[in-house]
Design a protein around this ligand. Structure first.
Ligand code: ADP
Ligand code: MG
Length: 400
């Protein structure tokens, strides 16, 4: 475990805490549509403010592609943070400029300085050393509390702690790692469910779960890809063509552990409320029809598999749950997860959309832990490591 806030020097009064937070929030019409990630940062910010430290916040938002783009500005997050925390929040742009440096030096104790989107700069994703050095000047010590980006080696996650000492993990990161750590040696049987749409990112990690998991439930577009790999005609379903070989090799390695849907909900046009919707066996998907949820027989099978399990990790919705017509598979799995949690099982949901789906099902309080970052959770569970975490323990040095 990396150093945490408690390992920092006791006297932080007046010190600028450069904090990497994960404010990658959904925006709608320029407003924060869901403040869950802002709320998740509050314990660390309160901890720092109580000790007189002056927090300077770095975050990315969306994928603006390395240049300024007003639709991805972090400015709307400032008032939301101010409201939740009850302190004034200053804002500076760009995050690496002289004005940001001046604002950090002039930051009045008890206030917070929020900086503009780090991904407005090409050096962020490139982990540019010069950018990391410019950012490192904004603080007297570094705290990484952006759990959701610990799997990325970017300037603000792995570059800055190489330049700024001491550095430590924040309270959110600590809490997430504790919950995921419990799955390193999970109570058996251990079930894992994979779904969603980010197949290329995830399928590689899936293999690493095969050794540890007793049972792997597959849904969403991930299931379409596996069905296609097995030779099923998946019609117009979303399939990751580039992952078919990998899916085939995973199937040949662990066929016995993997559950694929036996039936699916299909539709002719996903976005059209008037389009035809049917439940069909997987071998009866007609051309032009797309599988957008697991069917009723699959839901019953998955729930039954889960009921015998003592621990469960779930990433990726079973279907296009944003449309109520295609949410039944995801909700059924959420109910089964809540059921086994109530009976004493340890259950973790990882992934922004997965968490949103469980919240929509009204069951967010019914599982043991909800991760704020799916990619990071998968990476950590799969490999036991995270670049952002390794960077925090790279060099030990005292505060200047
Ligand atoms: P998470 O955010 O939990 O990691 P992903 O981002 O990988 O999950 O995937 C979530 C998205 O996958 C949702 O927007 C959902 O609508 C979509 N999805 C799930 N099943 C399907 C499917 N069968 N076809 C197309 N999209 C799907
Ligand atoms: Mg997602």
């Amino acid at each position: 475990m990396a150093r945490t806030l408690r390992d920092l020097p006791a006297d932080l009064a007046g010190r600028r805490a450069l904090v990497r937070v994960d404010y990658n929030v959904p925006l709608e019409a320029g407003e924060v549509a869901d403040a869950t990630r802002v709320e998740a940062s509050l314990p660390t910010l309160r901890w720092l403010l109580r000790r007189g430290a002056r927090p300077v916040l770095l975050s990315h938002l969306g994928r603006p592609g390395g240049r300024p783009h007003p639709a991805f500005s972090l400015a709307p997050v400032g008032p939301v943070l101010a409201g939740l925390l009850g302190v004034d929040v200053d804002f500076a742009a760009p995050c690496d400029g002289e004005s940001a440096l001046r604002a950090s030096r002039e930051l009045v104790a008890g206030r917070i300085l929020l900086l503009e989107n780090t991904r407005f700069l090409p050096g962020e994703a490139a982990n540019d050393r010069a950018l990391a050095e410019r950012l490192a000047r904004l603080g007297d010590f570094f705290v990484n509390d952006a759990f959701g980006t610990l799997h990325r080696a970017h300037a603000s996650t792995t570059g800055v702690p190489g330049q700024l000492h001491p550095s430590a993990a924040g309270l959110l990161v600590e809490r997430e790692l504790k919950a995921l750590g419990a799955l390193a040696d999970p109570p058996r049987p251990f079930a894992v469910a994979f779904g969603g749409a980010k197949i290329g990112d995830k399928i590689d990690l899936m293999r690493r779960f095969l050794e540890r998991a007793d049972c792997l439930l597959v849904g969403g577009a991930m299931a379409n890809t596996f069905l296609r790999a097995r030779g099923v005609d998946t019609g117009a379903s979303l399939v990751e063509e580039t992952a078919l070989d990998l899916a085939r090799s995973i199937l040949s390695e662990a066929e016995g552990k993997i559950r694929l849907p036996v039936d699916v909900t299909v539709t002719s046009r996903a976005g059209d409320p008037g389009a035809k919707v049917e439940e069909v066996p997987v071998d009866a998907i007609e051309p032009g029809m797309a599988a957008v949820d697991i069917g009723p027989a699959s839901r019953a099978r998955y729930a039954k598999s889960l009921r015998s399990c003592a621990s469960f990790f779930w990433n990726g919705p079973m279907g296009l749950f944003e449309d109520p017509r295609f949410a039944a598979g995801t909700f059924a799995l959420a109910e089964a997860a809540a059921e086994i949690t109530a009976a004493g099982a340890f259950t973790v949901i990882g992934g922004g959309d997965s968490a949103a789906a469980v919240r929509r099902a009204g069951l967010i309080g019914g599982v043991s832990h909800v991760c704020t970052g799916g990619g990071a959770a998968l990476e950590y569970l799969g490999s036991g490591r995270l670049p952002g975490l390794d960077a925090l323990s790279n060099r030990e040095r005292n505060m200047p």
